[in-house]
Design a protein around this ligand. Sequence first.
Ligand SMILES: [Zn+2]
Length: 290
Amino acid sequence: MDLKELKLKVALIAVSVMLLAACTNNEKNAELKNIPFGNKQNEPKITDVAEDDKDKETESKDESADTDENKTEEAESDDETEEEVNDRMPNEENVYDQSSILAIVNRGETLDPTYVPRDLVTIEVPYVNDIPMVNQLRKEASDALTKLFDDASKNGYTLYAVSGYRSYDYQAELYDNYVLSHGEEVARMFSAPAGASEHQTGLAMDVSSEEVVYQLVDTFGNTDDGVWVNDNAHRFGFIIRYPYGKDHITGYMYEPWHLRYVGTDLSYELYESGLTYEEYLWEQGIDVKN
Ligand SMILES: [Zn+2]
């Protein structure tokens, strides 16, 4: 399609995805129901995403020229001392430290209302929502996301960031609105109460692709882009946090789009074992709630 068509399409998409940014992890159907939420200041402007993306693509190409540098960084991280590596694996202390990249967050282990990550940065990958808050991640997670997207791109896959950091208050407002419109029992099925969303950690990013019209839907997991994400996210320190068939453990339905950054030491462990984070911690004798 030509650029005009693309712009029109992207503008339409911007309208449909504006709801997504406000969604919690499990709100994949919520946006289809046209549920009102949020206050005006949180509503996105509909902007020319195609132009943004074009700029980002150019940046990505520039960055991918630095492959030697990236290799050097990877080589250096292999040389970490055993102590440093161990520190990157979960233990009784760091899983309960909400500022740790290994923090466990679910419906049973929640974050303080006052917790805000100190090192949030604006992501440097193509995004679909023009809401500054949700286009943020913690620095380390953002850097890893850039590498993930660059590698996807090199292999012929195109990913888009949909929703990253969300504050406690933002989540609380959303949840309250869902409860008002649907009742608590229903709201609970597709939304997380404030404090129970990993998005508050600044370590979670929802991703999507053109094939599923930039939506957060489980069919993303069957697309070429989604399969690639599933098979490769761990190489960059991310896990598919809510795998298929594990909702009774994680508290969330299958979400092939929800990536949680945990660092490569743990991401490989989880990927290779096929365990959820909760199951892995239980195997380690760390009795987290879920
Ligand atoms: Zn999510």
